[in-house]
Design a protein around this ligand. Structure first.
Ligand SMILES: Nc1ncnc2c1ncn2[C@@H]1O[C@H](COP(=O)(O)OP(=O)(O)OP(=O)(O)O)[C@@H](O)[C@H]1O
Ligand code: SF4
Ligand SMILES: [Mg+2]
Length: 325
């Protein structure tokens, strides 16, 4: 049972790996997070940090070769791990909506967007064709595509990138899911359209009480858009908490470095800060802090043990957090 009835998603100790069972390469290590109704959590991290795989695990859509070796995933109190593909498919359609970077890979080019949205609704809600079509029109209007909500069909190739992303969001919402996962939903869009799509997500979060997992590599965007931030590095949580804590006063040197690497606005001729080195490739569980090889604050004891997550309400995994130095 869920302790808090407003908790929509609760992930606990999720660990994902690839490679042989006796020598697994850890891709996501002991990930725990919760998202409440009406809340947006941003999962932030560099490329390869495990953001998309974590989302795929929530949807029960892990790619071949990647497996869950530990952890629980609860949606509205219901455990999702261990379910059959059939059961998961039914839950996915009704209770979780997924929006990702390139809507063209999700939209069928030979079907109108109205027909595609109506189809999702009909498959999961068993309504009549007329009811499904009316539902599609209402959803298109809700996401700002009033021009597409009339009887005339519109195909994905006739829409701009921003319109396609809106259509994708409408499709994800077809069955009124309590959870929306948006994986880099604006990375392919120009900054103006990006701002419009993020404003749309924020409005849907507010008006529908949606729980949103927003995945991005852009810390500034995450801080502007979400209520809480979860910073991932090499598959593990470095820091997590409200934007006011994590972004405004980071305790973890990695979060602080990510923030320092944000280009200033307006642009200046000042040299940008870069985090030296690269994240480690996936491997066996580490014996010390994963960030140690790149950390400007590293001390000898950082390599002796993995720093546990600590602190409240914001949590960080560091032996020598920034404001203590
Ligand atoms: N299908 C796969 N098979 C094996 N390893 C994979 C697979 N997909 C991802 N990985 C590995 O898992 C790790 C996490 O990948 P993931 O796609 O979750 O990263 P990400 O944080 O979403 O990065 P990006 O910002 O580039 O989208 C990476 O090391 C990646 O190489
Ligand atoms: S534990 Fe040590 S190496 Fe790791 S982030 Fe903190 S100060 Fe840096
Ligand atoms: Mg990704």
């Amino acid at each position: 049972m869920n302790a808090n009835p407003d908790t929509i998603l609760a992930v606990a100790g999720l660990t994902l790996a690839r490679g042989p069972r006796h020598r697994p390469e850890i891709l996501v290590d002991d990930l725990s997070l919760t998202i409440q109704a009406g809340e947006m959590l941003a999962l932030v991290g560099e490329s390869g940090s495990g953001k998309s795989l974590s989302a795929a695990a929530v949807f029960g859509l892990l790619p071949a070769g990647v497996r869950r070796i530990a952890g629980s995933i609860r949606l509205q109190g219901q455990e999702l791990t261990g379910r059959s593909e059939r059961a998961l498919r039914a839950i996915r359609g009704r209770a979780m909506g997924l929006v990702f970077q390139n809507p063209l890979t999700a939209l069928n080019p030979s079907l109108s967007v109205q027909a595609q949205i109506a189809e999702v609704y009909r498959v999961h809600r068993q309504g009549s064709r007329t009811a499904a079509r009316a539902r599609a029109s209402a959803l298109l209007a809700e996401v700002g595509l009033q021009d597409l909500s009339g009887p005339r069909d519109h195909y994905p190739h006739q829409l701009s990138g921003g319109m396609r992303q809106r259509a994708m969001i409408a499709m994800a919402l077809a069955c009124d899911p309590p959870l929306l996962v948006a994986d880099e939903p604006t990375t392919a869009l120009d900054v103006l359209v990006q701002a419009q799509i993020l404003a749309l997500l924020a409005r849907l979060q507010r008006e529908r009480g949606l729980a949103i997992l927003f995945i991005t590599h852009d810390l500034r965007l995450a801080a502007r858009t979400a209520d809480r931030l979860l910073v991932l590095y090499a598959g593990a949580i470095m820091e997590e908490g409200a934007v006011a804590d994590v972004f405004e006063a980071p305790r973890h040197p990695y979060t602080k470095a990510l923030k320092a690497a944000i280009p200033p606005l307006p642009a200046t001729s000042q040299r940008l800060f870069e985090i030296p080195g690269l994240p480690p490739p996936p491997g066996p569980p580490p014996s010390g802090c994963r960030f140690a090889p790149r950390c400007g604050h590293v001390r000898p004891d950082c390599r002796d043990a993995v720093p546990p997550l600590r602190g409240a309400p914001a949590r960080f995994a560091c032996f020598h957090p920034c404001q203590d130095q």
